[in-house]
Design a protein around this ligand. Structure first.
Ligand code: PNW
Length: 505
């Protein structure tokens, strides 16, 4: 059992103290710039609740999660954390954790319920976000806003299959973006157009396990083509990101003085057998398929990686010259979400038509039997900070652009049922100690320009197809309680202590 909360915000357990006096920790003191932003990231569909109220229209996730069999625990996000109702309490709790910034996403269908360029605006939705922004600013917390974190208005899926139809989707997205810049841009100085186009496309259109639920696998999805659709959707995201960034820079940036970019996901791929040149090449190919797919058009050559073209041929769309110019250089920073590292081995057989990884196999141990890291409560995710610094260097050496860490975090075994010790989340504390420590080393020793760190995530929330079973929060939520009572875990205070040690005054 967890003892009931009497204080709001709750107070810290006095035994949770942390000191940083090993030689390495002392050496890293004050290695981050004084204006370094740290805080937590969330997404509207995972935390807000109020899915069908206050004028909100349906998103693809609101419909998807009501289809039997799609969500692991058969839950829905109708209520989730109720942060729509409790945003003031949440801002107070974040403030008590000492954050300087908060990254959240806007639900497009809360702002334009039907989503389209000519559809009506829901002023109540605008007011909600406006109030949230004001509350953050009044508490000294800098808001970072993501326009799209996977929750496309369902109406746009029904009208023209959403991002599969680049031509029809473009004006709808641009109208939404313009509306957000014009209504919130006086106070929002950090814009992220898309969250993880790679995961959105692969989970939604290749595996078919996320909304909108399309794939080649007919036992799972009635429609879709895993061998083509992910690449089409990704292309739409890249080009419309470029258009939204151009619009912002031309019409809003001169007066609002904010910055705009995109967030990509990417884990580190390490060769399974470091002495096998085929594995070394396979690991690089894996990075190009996962990260270069988006990063090369945005920050590199301006086109998809040659390794992808070689494997996918015409199934990979081609950029027109105009699209290339639009996309390349459009993102003013590298928004990075990363969680883990994998060992990667080449395959001798030709690639499957539905392969999206560069014809590789991934392993938890390398050839010598070394494990990639300690297990979490999520199958793909293990604590592997050793790969994080390699990833930072790889990105920095290739693109030399400031990095905003926009997500990083973990689940932990044993958090499913409440217990006396559940809030003392040492697994998550050690995860953060490893990753944030590597980040500080990359800044201090490799000269990587890193300007933010957002931990995923503020409270336990609705983890997409995993429902409420995967708890990523530094705050425990009792989802059975009507008020979704929040209980701070130790890791929240660990981050506060570690960042006060690392950020220079
Ligand atoms: C991110 N991977 O998704 C999303 O941005 C969040 O909304 C989500 O809750 C969080 O990570 C935790 O899952 C990812 O397999 C999903 O590498 C999968 C991967 C990476 C990110």
């Amino acid at each position: 059992m967890i003892s009931p909360q009497t204080q709001n915000p709750p107070t810290r357990n006095p035994s949770w103290t942390h000191s940083f006096d090993t030689p390495e920790e002392r050496y890293l003191k004050s290695s981050l710039r004084p204006d370094f932003h740290w805080g937590f990231a969330t997404a509207a569909a995972q935390v807000e609740g109020a899915a069908f109220t206050h004028g909100k229209g349906l998103s693809c996730w609101d419909t998807f999660c009501h289809i039997p069999g799609k969500i692991k625990d058969s839950s829905t996000n109708d209520d989730s954390c109720r942060s729509y109702d409790f945003y003031k309490q949440d801002v107070a709790l974040m403030k008590s954790y000492g954050v300087t910034a908060y990254r959240f996403s806007l639900a497009w269908s809360r702002i334009i319920p039907l989503g389209g360029a000519d559809d009506p605006v829901n002023e109540e939705g605008i007011k909600y976000y406006s109030d949230l922004i004001d509350e953050l600013l009044a508490n000294g917390i800098t808001p970072f806003v993501t326009l799209f974190h996977w929750d496309i208005p369902q109406t746009l899926e029904d009208r023209y299959l959403g991002m599969l139809n680049q031509e029809r989707y473009t004006p709808d997205f641009l109208r939404y973006a313009r509306l957000c810049f014009s209504r919130f841009g006086d106070r929002i100085k950090h814009w992220i157009t898309y969250n993880e186009p790679g995961v959105y496309t692969l989970a939604g259109y290749a595996a078919g396990v996320h909304a909108p639920g399309r794939s080649s696998f007919r036992d799972r999805n009635a429609e879709g083509d895993s061998s083509t659709e992910p690449f089409i959707v990704a292309h739409t995201e890249l080009v419309t990101h470029g258009l939204a960034a151009k619009l912002y820079k031309q019409e809003f940036q001169p007066t609002q003085k904010g910055t705009i970019g995109i967030t990509l996901h990417g884990n580190w791929s390490e060769p399974w057998d470091i002495s096998d040149l085929l594995d070394v090449a396979a690991a690089e190919r894996a990075r190009e398929f996962e990260i270069g797919w988006f990063a090369e058009p945005l920050y590199g050559s301006g086109d998809y990686p040659a390794s992808m073209r070689a494997q996918l041929g015409d199934r990979l769309p081609t950029f027109t010259e105009e699209e290339k110019r639009l996309v390349r250089g459009s993102s003013e920073f590298y928004g990075m979400n990363t969680y883990t590292s994998f060992f990667v081995r080449h395959r001798d057989s030709p690639p499957d038509i539905n392969d999206h990884k560069g014809n590789i196999e991934v392993f938890d141990k390398n050839k010598s039997g070394v494990s990639r890291g300690e297990e979490s409560d999520t199958q793909w995710l293990r604590t592997a900070p050793w790969g994080f610094r390699k990833l930072l260097r790889w990105i920095w050496n290739r693109y030399h652009i400031p990095i905003y860490m926009t997500e990083n975090g973990t689940t932990a075994k044993g958090e499913k049922e409440p217990s006396d010790t559940i809030l003392n989340d040492t697994h998550r504390v050690e995860f953060f100690r490893g990753y944030v420590g590597e980040l500080a080393k990359a800044v201090k020793e490799d000269g990587v320009d890193i300007q933010s760190y957002f931990a995923w995530t503020f409270t336990d929330n609705w983890e997409w197809a995993a429902g409420y079973t995967d708890r990523f929060g530094v705050t425990y939520i009792d989802f059975d309680s009507p008020k979704k009572t929040r209980y701070p875990k130790r890791s929240a205070y660990f981050l506060q202590d570690f960042f006060s040690h690392l950020i220079a005054e």
